[in-house]
Design a protein around this ligand. Structure first.
Ligand code: FAD
Ligand code: AMP
Length: 480
């Protein structure tokens, strides 16, 4: 039996949505338990969920290693560095990644300890009447009670019937984060965030990579100009991105996989030695909701919540990937914090219109706020201003001058409504636009600020200046 059986708050799931909620609740003085069933490859319980174990962090670790390797091979000559004979040791790369995961997951254990959150390792299930069934790993089920319960059980990779997961040959994102050698020819199904990031990792390390995407448009949710520029840059790096190609069947042939897809009514088949299925993720509620718990899910399996993440059952909330909205770690964490603060009587809200989304290719692709397309559809008058990194002294000095910053502002009020960036450090630059949107800033506010020189940030400044046709380092559309 666990020591206590009644808590102010029980959180089921210790990913970035659940563990952050648990820590915030403890900081608010609540008596908190956080249940998680994740086991690492040695069968040890670990906290951190998808993000730390098989998501954000390991993918960024491999992206950083592979970018260093790629730069040595392709960008060192011009600097006078002779490094073309660099070699990659995949085992060491994976060990480094695993060490980072271990450091961060044990860091959360330390934070739980320091904040007096009780970690409960095993499976949780929501019962009726504010009760939770907790089954420890290798233990007997016990019933816990709580004043409030947060469900944060996350998501898992989606699979497609024509291409089932098969040993090491056809894998999902988790498998692609743990290859022991560089594939010769790798297929990636899905040109979304995860497909592009993992495709980039193995391409940079030497694989021939073909990305097969069912939709005719590249990154259709992104700003069209940024998507077009991103496609040009990534294709230029050798990623073979095939749009409008829907996978219809596959066959294992010895140690290769034959993938068949449809394009323009024609059937095409390609042979790969590894295939990564990256067609999205689905909410995970398997075994989480007892039949009589009362919590409703929608037709896609998401737990239904209101704008404050409350379910239809009083005192039961759900946050993160298991509810509507973008499947992003920071979105889940902020939802967790919002719920806890509302439980203790505060009134925070979450601005779902201001959540940055980032693709960690090189260069990075990032967006926040509205796209031109959305504003046009809503009949909102707007203006745009952009600045290419090719005109940035810092970007040129860094030999990293692809892409642009594009800002969108209201045509009449000048208020910043959106930012779209493909370029160096886009992941960090986009936060400057997010701050401007959140503070209801105008393009003029950005133009009046002093930006350090030389910095990548100056491209944000110049894009704001361009909105007023005052950019200094490019020729403006019209000059007055
Ligand atoms: P999860 O992180 O999935 O955690 C859910 C937890 O609940 C798990 O630990 C699971 O064990 C536990 N659980 C489930 N059911 C039960 C149960 N019944 N009992 C006990 N425990 C249970 N997002 C970003 O913002 N930036 C990125 O760069 C990024 N990169 C990614 C790269 C990859 C390859 C992948 C796969 C995802 C990436 N994501 C990224 C998405 C991000 O990982 C998720 O949005 C995030 O992890 C969701 O957090 P969560 O807490 O809702 O769920
Ligand atoms: P994301 O949800 O951002 O991870 O992107 C997943 C991508 O996979 C989407 O762009 C889908 O269009 C794509 N996709 C889904 N099913 C298939 C399929 N059968 N063949 C090719 N691409 C697919």
């Amino acid at each position: 039996m666990s020591q206590k059986s009644h808590f102010d708050l029980i959180v089921i799931g210790a990913g970035p949505a659940g563990y952050v909620a648990a820590i915030r609740a403890a900081l608010c003085g609540l008596n908190v338990a956080c249940i998680d069933k994740w086991l690492d490859s040695d069968n040890n319980p670990v906290l951190g969920g998808t993000c730390l174990n098989v998501g954000c962090i390991p993918s960024k670790a491999l992206l950083d290693t592979s970018q260093r390797f790629y730069d040595l091979q392709h960008h060192s000559d011009a600097h006078g560095i002779k490094a073309q004979s660099a070699q990659i040791d995949v085992h060491t790369m994976m060990e480094r990644k695993n060490k980072i995961i271990q450091q961060l997951t044990s860091g959360i254990s330390g934070l739980f300890k320091g904040n007096k959150v009780s970690p409960l390792f095993g499976t949780g299930q929501l019962l009726a009447d504010k009760k939770v069934a907790f089954t420890p790993h290798n233990g007997k089920t016990e019933t816990l009670t709580a004043e409030h319960i947060i469900l944060a059980t996350g998501s898992v990779p989606t699979q497609i019937p024509p291409l089932p997961i098969h040993d090491d040959l056809v894998v999902d994102s988790t498998g692609a984060l743990a290859f022991d050698t560089v594939p010769k020819r790798m297929g990636v199904i899905g040109a979304g965030v995860i497909g592009l990031e993992l495709g980039s990792v193995w391409k940079r390390l030497g694989a021939e990579v073909v990305v097969i995407e069912a939709l005719p448009d590249f990154l259709p949710a992104m700003d069209k100009q940024i998507a077009k520029e991103s496609l040009k840059i990534l294709s230029g790096q050798g990623l073979d991105i095939r749009l409008g190609c829907k996978v219809t069947s596959s066959k294992i042939d010895g140690d290769t996989v034959v993938v068949v897809y449809e394009n323009d009514g024609k059937e095409v088949s390609e042979t790969f030695d590894r295939v990564v299925v990256a067609v999205g993720r689905r909410p995970y509620t398997h075994g989480v909701l007892a039949d009589d718990c009362g919590v409703k899910t929608d037709e896609c399996g998401f737990i239904i919540v209101d704008e404050y993440c409350a379910t239809n059952v009083p005192h039961v909330y759900a946050v993160g990937d298991v509810v509507r909205g973008p499947m992003l770690a920071h979105k889940g964490s902020e939802e967790g914090i919002m719920v806890v603060e509302r439980i203790v009587g505060k009134q925070p809200t979450l601005n779902y219109d201001c959540i940055p989304s980032i693709i960690y290719t090189h260069p990075e692709i990032a967006a926040v706020g509205k796209t031109e397309h959305e504003l046009k559809s809503a009949g909102v008058p707007y203006k745009t201003g952009s600045f290419p990194f090719a005109a940035s002294g810092r970007a040129l000095a860094a030999d990293d001058a692809h892409g642009l910053v594009k800002l969108i502002a209201h045509a009449e009020t000048d208020r910043i409504l959106g930012g779209h960036i493909v370029g160096p450090n886009a992941a960090d630059l986009i936060q400057q636009v997010a701050i401007a949107i959140e503070f209801q800033g105008s393009a003029e506010d950005l133009t009046l600020m002093v930006f350090g020189h030389p910095t990548f940030s100056e491209a944000v400044h110049e894009a704001a200046l361009a909105l007023h046709n005052h950019a200094i380092h490019i020729i403006n559309r019209k000059t007055k």
